[in-house]
Design a protein around this ligand. Sequence first.
Ligand SMILES: [Fe+2]
Length: 264
Amino acid sequence: MTDDTAPERAKRMARDYFFPTPVYRTDLARAEELNVRLVADIRAWRERDPGGTFRSNVPQLGGWHSPTDMHLRLEFTELTTEIFELIHGVFTDQGYDDAWEPVCDSMWANVNPRGAFNRHHTHPHALWSGVYYVRTPDDCGLLCLTDPRPQAHVITPYFDSRRRSAHTWAEAYYQPVAGRLVAFPAWLVHSTHPNMARAGSGATEAQAGARDGTTGDVHAEGAQEGALADERISVSFNFRQRRRGIDPADAPSNEVVRADLLAR
Ligand SMILES: [Fe+2]
């Protein structure tokens, strides 16, 4: 008996994968303490600017998207510095020319209460983007990455699910974890599933009581705390390349490189 069957012949063929989509992830040290401060600073920012800005968020569902100048704000410098270190590592790992350094031109916070999500989108004018998770109650919405090759969706093969490998997935999902950073090419289509957290479910009775008018301020406060407990909070960012040595006076005022962070 020979092994000259189709699967055996395939095993003898070399297999190359071109055009892969790299996605990096890591967990920040000291994230717990950092996130306590980030939650407070981001919520304070939202209080000052409740309208925020409109991008992939759904304001009708309460999704808040901050202005995109987070990297310029001093209270967030610790996180910005961490992100810079990690993106420097990505640039090195990708083999980019060291004459071109990472420059950040936008960074922002997203706060999604229960029911809110982010529509599918890409990040134009950027090379690398990513997300850092600050607050992630259970079931607060997966990050969904979509195969960016439209041609690959024209015909979808029938797979044997027991033998299917991640190389052939049409979508990939990441569970948000507080303290985790995920970085991906800015052209990669991504979205956030609805936040279905019930972390504040203990406040349901308080909310019902507040609605029927039989309870006082204590229950109204309970409802407020319940809504905050459901909140999913994350920070996103955009990087591209800038030739080293440019006079800062010639650079746009929203662009930051690592030296700018060290100087402040
Ligand atoms: Fe995004």
